[in-house]
Structures are given as structure tokens and as C-alpha cells.
Design a protein. Structure first.
Lengths: 358, 306
């Protein structure tokens, strides 16, 4: 009798666990997001949060959670673990510096699926994803090259890492495809986010005669500088035209919604598998924001043509021949830069004025 | 080129200048305030929100002053009558400022206002080299010039200024002379905090007329360091803020001009100068010629008088 009671008690302890696991299978997707900046940055993190909201609208996705301004590095592992403990079964970590922490937490939580943005490592339950931002950047270069009168373009750049260098090169190649005389001047701010410095960097480019600015920063300060001085500007991250209604030409923007929804669908269907996603305009992960009405119709048509060509794979911004600043051939005529070379890009193409800090 | 550089220097230095002036008023009364970064953010958000709602930049600046003054009164209350730890309270104020502005600023992100415009002073703005930089600026910059002189005048040419300096140097002596120490310290902390708030508002109303979370990006901490550089003088605060702003502006412009000087060397300059300045001020401190208020950081209790 005593044994029977003990067995019954033991069963009572174990059974709820079984109940919980069976329930988990048809439970809704509970997604968690780790952001590097505040959702109010009007840029990078804001764009991810828009994607999160789009995904949340799916019927089988439950309310999702986000944690903002999480410092990169080992510290972030604690925050990621926290999300897992609270029952999140799909976790997005949206900055490069979370890579190792994500893999670390994933190793100990095999039943949770992780997606890491902008890195290069993966595991059985960790996929990574990023976008070919250089495609719309090339297109924005075409617009800038057509709109400049001084043939000097300014580029406010954050850090000399391949992602930023690739963007500058793609922009310059776009500029030069329509305006071979034009030069792109680069100023490094060495910060992702400092509106004051960004504004000053933009002003310094306008001071040396640039009349169209582009930028790779998280705040829209460059746009305000261009607006105040009657120049044109290309935004980044999200459509920021409200900050510069007259100066804003267009912007290469992130559109995470479709990708996030697709991943959620795959997780629900059980078809998700770890892969490295590097999607472009074809998948609509990256886009060019609608052009300002000041852009002439013929330029608009040209951009539309090139957009179609990029989507169909007919046009690759990094198709040879491409020479670097020293005139050395980096991509031979007739070939296209390999993804590996693009991901590790550390040279400026011809037409860029500025140096890459080594 | 020099003209443009000077102009950029003044514009980059002004938010730091306001913050440094506010911090000097705090420390002259003997209270360390490490909440400068938080106060700047509170000023930046309050200034932007009020301008957004009212359409008036003047109301924005006033709101920034009042909001930072109120936030500063928390620090004042903890450190003056309660005699709490000034370092801890100040750090808490910075964290409080970062948090509360993130919370209440949510709805302000993406909104726009028309910021301060340049107003040329007839005649003076035509002067070669310095004309554009000093006499073709916005009203807040002119106000900062006035404030530098007014604070210098107040501390060294008025009885009240002398009393306040005494409160920072030797509160017991001031008390004996009938100076209301607690009230003087309380006012210095709150009004100083309000001026720090205007520095934050300069960022959200003039430099980049918008609100973004954490938009001060560490300028408050530079101001804390500049107080030592300025050896608690408003005139040297002006020099320090412009030196810092100038070096930043210069390195960006060297890059834009396409100089072949290494970007790393250029970007090292502001920090190199900061270290240099700290070395010089430490040497001066050891020689005993420091201007540091004698009683800085010490709570005052009449009962403890020796």
C-alpha cells in the first residue's frame, strides 16, 4: 500500500511534465528579440522591431518579447538565457556581437531555435541571416550620381568593417556607372550612434563641396545637415524622409517582416533547418525607399530598369572589371565577386577618396 | 577654411559648454554632480517635447531648464539636507535620466520641429575669420557667451558669489558669517542642473532638431572632466569646451578634405588632449595652486563643526 502511494505521488510529479511537453508542440510560437539599440533609434533597431510586429500579426504567433539596448559580448548570454527560461521557443539576436553568446546558449537549449543576424557562425539549432544591402546601395548611387552638380559626393561612415566598406563601394560603383567623373569622399565617425558627431561629419563634407550625402549610421543627423544646407541626401535603415522632406532622395532600407514571417512559418511547420540566409532585393529583404519627386522621370526609369536587372540576377553590382584605389584589379572582367570576398571586403574601389584605417 | 573650422568648433562645443558651466556652479558650492549626462538627456527631451507641443523654441528652452532643475533637486535633496553620498546620488541621477527619457521619449521619436536658426549680428558678423563663428550663430550660443561672463562676474564680483564660493571652500566659516549654507547649496545644485539641461536642449533644438534616445552620447561625462580642466572658472570652461569641440571638428574636416594623415592619429587627438590636460591639472594640484573648492564632496552638518 505504501509503495502504491509512493508510486502515485511520483507519477503525480512526473505527469504534469509530460502534459507540458505535449502541449508545447501545438503551442503558439513565442518569439524573443535581442536588440543592440533602443527601438526608438529611428534606424537599425527600429527596422528590426517593425519586422517583429509584422511577424506578430501572424495567427499562429503569440505575443513576442523584445529586450533593447543589450550590450554586445559575453554579457548578452545572460539576457538570451533569460528569454529561453521564460519559455521563448524562437529567439532572434540582431547584432554581430551576440554571435558567440547565441551559440553558447543554443548549445545548452537544443529545443529552442535561434536566429543570429549579421554573423557567420551557425549550429544545429542556430541559423544566421543578413541582407545584401549592397544591391539597393548601388541603386542609390545611381540616383546620387545623376543628381550631383558638383560631382563631389559625401559619405558619413561608422566603422571600417567589411559591411560598411562594401556599402561605400557599392554606392560608388552605382555613382560611377552613370557619372564617371564623380568622386565619393568618406568621413569615418567611429561611432554607430552619436547624432552630434554625425551632424558635424556631414557638415564637414558639405564644407568641401559635396552636394549629395549618403550615410551608414544609426541616427538621421546626416539628413538634417543636408536639409539645412539645401543639399540632397540618401538615408539608410528605414525611410527617414520626415527628417528631410526636401533633401531626401531615397534610402536603402531593411524590410525584415517577410523574412521573420517566413522563419516563423517554417518553425511552425517543422520545416525549419539551420542555414545561412543572405537574401537580397529579389526576396525583398532589402529595398530602395520610394524616390523623391525631385528625381527626374528618366532617372526613375533607369532605377526601375536596374532594380529589375538586379532582381533577375542579370546585374551584379560587383561584376568585374573592378579596380581598387591603387588601380589594381580586384575583380577581373567577366567575373563576379564571390560572396566570401564580399563578406571580407577591405579595399576601396576607384572613385572613393579617403582611406580605410588599418 | 579657418572660418568654417571656428564655426564648427563653436557649434560642437556649445552643448558641452552649458553642461560644464552648470557643473561648475554645483561644484563651487561643494557638491559633486555626476548626474550631468542624465540631466542633459532630461533637458534634451523636455526641450524637444515642449517645442513640439507649443511651437516655441523659447518655451522649449525654459522647459529644459525647469525639467533639469526639478531632476537636479532630487540630487540636491539627497546630498544637501540628507547629506547622502554625492557620487552615488549623481550616478543614480544619470541612470534615472537615461531611463526616464527613454520611457517618455518613445512617442517623440520621428517627430520633427524647426530648430534654432542663425541670427547675424549686424556689423560684427562681417568681421574676418571670427565674424561667422561668433556673431552669426543662433540665440542659444549668444546666451552661452552671456552666461560665461555672468557666471564669472557673479563668483568674483558679487557678495552672493563670494558667499557661494565660501560655502564650497569652508561651509563652517560661511555658516558663522550668517550664510544659509543649506539653502545656498540647494540653489546652486538646482540652478546648475537647470543650466546643464539647456546644454542638452541645444542638442535637440539646434544641433540636430529631433529626439533620439541617449542622444547626448557621453557629452555629459566630457563636461564632468572639463570642470577640472577649467579649474572651476567659467572662462576656462569656454576654452575647454571649444578646445574639445574644435579638435573633433578638425579631425572630421581633415578627413573630408582628403588628407593622408592617419585617421587613427586624428581620432586620437581629443583623448590625447584630455590626458594632457589632466596631467597638467594634476601637477598644478600637487603644487597647491589648484582652484578646487576645499570642501568639494563633503556634506556639511552644523553639529559637526570643529
Amino acid at each position: 500500500m505504501k509503495k502504491f502511494v509512493l508510486l502515485a505521488l511520483a507519477l503525480m510529479l512526473i505527469l504534469p511534465q509530460f502534459a507540458a511537453t505535449t502541449e508545447a508542440n501545438d503551442k503558439k510560437i513565442k518569439a524573443g528579440f535581442i536588440y543592440v539599440g533602443p527601438v526608438g533609434d529611428a534606424g537599425w533597431t527600429y527596422a528590426h522591431d517593425q519586422g517583429r510586429k509584422a511577424m506578430e500579426a501572424l495567427p499562429f504567433v503569440g505575443p513576442s518579447t523584445y529586450i533593447e539596448s543589450v550590450p554586445e559580448g559575453a554579457e548578452s548570454a545572460r539576457v538570451i538565457t533569460g528569454l529561453v527560461r521564460k519559455g521563448h521557443n524562437l529567439v532572434f539576436t540582431t547584432s554581430f556581437g551576440y554571435m558567440d553568446a547565441t551559440l553558447d546558449v543554443a548549445k545548452r537549449n537544443k529545443d529552442v531555435i535561434f536566429m543570429h543576424c549579421s554573423g557567420y557562425k551557425s549550429a544545429e539549432n542556430v541559423g544566421n541571416y543578413f541582407g545584401r544591402m549592397y544591391e539597393p546601395r548601388y541603386l542609390s548611387g545611381i540616383v546620387a550620381g545623376k543628381m550631383t552638380k558638383s560631382d563631389i559626393l559625401g559619405y558619413v561612415a561608422a566603422f571600417p568593417i567589411p559591411e560598411v566598406i562594401r556599402g561605400i563601394n557599392a554606392f560608388t560603383l552605382g555613382v560611377q556607372s552613370v557619372n564617371p567623373k564623380a568622386q565619393v569622399r568618406v568621413v569615418w565617425t567611429q561611432t554607430w550612434f552619436d547624432p552630434g558627431i554625425e551632424r558635424d561629419a556631414a557638415d564637414s563634407l558639405l564644407d568641401v563641396g559635396a552636394d549629395v550625402l549618403a550615410m551608414h549610421q544609426d541616427a538621421p543627423a546626416t539628413l538634417q545637415a543636408a536639409e539645412a544646407r539645401g543639399a540632397y541626401v540618401i538615408g539608410y535603415n528605414s525611410d527617414m524622409r520626415s527628417f528631410a522632406p526636401n533633401a531626401f532622395l531615397t534610402a536603402p532600407v531593411w524590410n525584415w517582416g517577410p523574412l521573420y514571417s517566413k522563419i516563423a512559418q517554417e518553425v511552425k511547420d517543422g520545416t525549419w533547418k539551420s542555414e545561412a540566409i543572405w537574401a537580397g532585393m529579389e526576396q525583398e529583404l532589402v529595398q530602395l525607399a520610394p524616390l523623391n519627386d525631385k528625381v527626374p522621370a528618366e532617372v526613375k526609369r533607369l532605377v526601375e530598369e536596374k532594380t529589375a536587372a538586379i532582381k533577375s540576377g542579370e546585374l551584379h553590382p560587383f561584376a568585374g572589371p573592378i579596380k581598387d584605389q591603387n588601380g589594381e584589379v580586384q575583380v577581373a572582367a567577366g567575373s563576379v565577386a564571390a560572396d566570401g570576398d564580399l563578406l571580407g571586403m577591405n579595399y576601396f574601389v576607384e572613385g572613393v577618396q579617403g582611406t580605410i584605417p588599418k | 577654411m579657418l572660418e568654417i573650422l571656428l564655426d564648427a568648433t563653436v557649434r560642437a562645443g556649445t552643448p558641452i559648454l552649458f553642461a560644464t558651466l552648470g557643473a561648475i556652479i554645483n561644484e563651487r558650492a561643494g557638491i559633486i554632480n555626476l548626474g550631468i549626462e542624465g540631466l542633459m538627456l532630461i533637458g534634451a527631451l523636455a526641450g524637444f517635447a515642449a517645442t513640439q507641443a507649443s511651437g516655441s523654441l523659447l518655451i522649449g528652452v525654459l522647459a529644459a531648464f525647469v525639467a533639469a532643475l526639478l531632476a537636479g533637486s532630487i540630487h540636491a535633496f539627497i546630498t544637501v539636507p540628507l547629506r547622502g553620498n554625492q557620487i552615488v546620488s549623481g550616478l543614480a541621477l544619470t541612470m534615472f535620466g537615461i531611463g526616464i527619457t527613454a520611457l517618455f521619449g518613445r512617442s517623440m521619436v520621428g517627430l520633427t520641429i524647426s530648430g534654432f536658426e542663425r541670427v547675424a549680428i549686424p556689423g560684427l558678423s562681417q568681421l574676418p575669420i571670427i565674424g561667422k563663428a561668433f556673431f552669426n550663430q543662433d540665440l542659444l550660443i549668444y546666451f552661452s557667451f552671456l552666461l560665461v561672463v555672468a557666471i564669472g562676474f557673479f563668483f568674483y564680483r558679487t557678495r552672493w558669489g563670494l558667499a557661494l564660493r565660501t560655502v564650497g571652500e569652508n561651509p563652517a566659516a560661511a555658516d558663522t558669517c550668517g550664510v544659509p549654507v543649506t539653502l545656498a547649496r540647494f540653489l546652486a545644485v538646482t540652478i546648475g542642473s537647470g543650466i546643464v539641461g539647456i546644454g542638452g536642449a541645444y542638442l535637440s533644438l539646434a544641433t540636430t532638431p529631433m529626439w533620439i534616445e541617449n542622444m547626448t552620447a557621453g557629452r555629459g561625462w566630457i563636461a564632468v572632466a572639463l570642470v577640472i580642466f577649467a579649474s572651476w572658472s567659467s572662462y576656462r570652461a569656454l576654452a575647454g569646451a571649444y578646445l574639445f569641440g574644435g579638435i573633433t571638428a578638425m579631425q572630421l574636416r581633415f578627413q573630408a578634405m582628403g588628407t593622408t594623415v592617419s585617421v587613427h592619429i586624428l581620432q586620437m587627438m581629443p583623448y590625447f588632449f584630455t590626458i594632457l590636460v589632466l596631467v597638467i591639472s594634476t601637477i598644478r594640484l600637487q603644487k597647491g595652486s589648484s582652484q578646487q573648492p576645499e570642501n568639494l564632496g563633503q556634506p556639511y552638518d552644523r553639529e559637526d563643526r570643529k
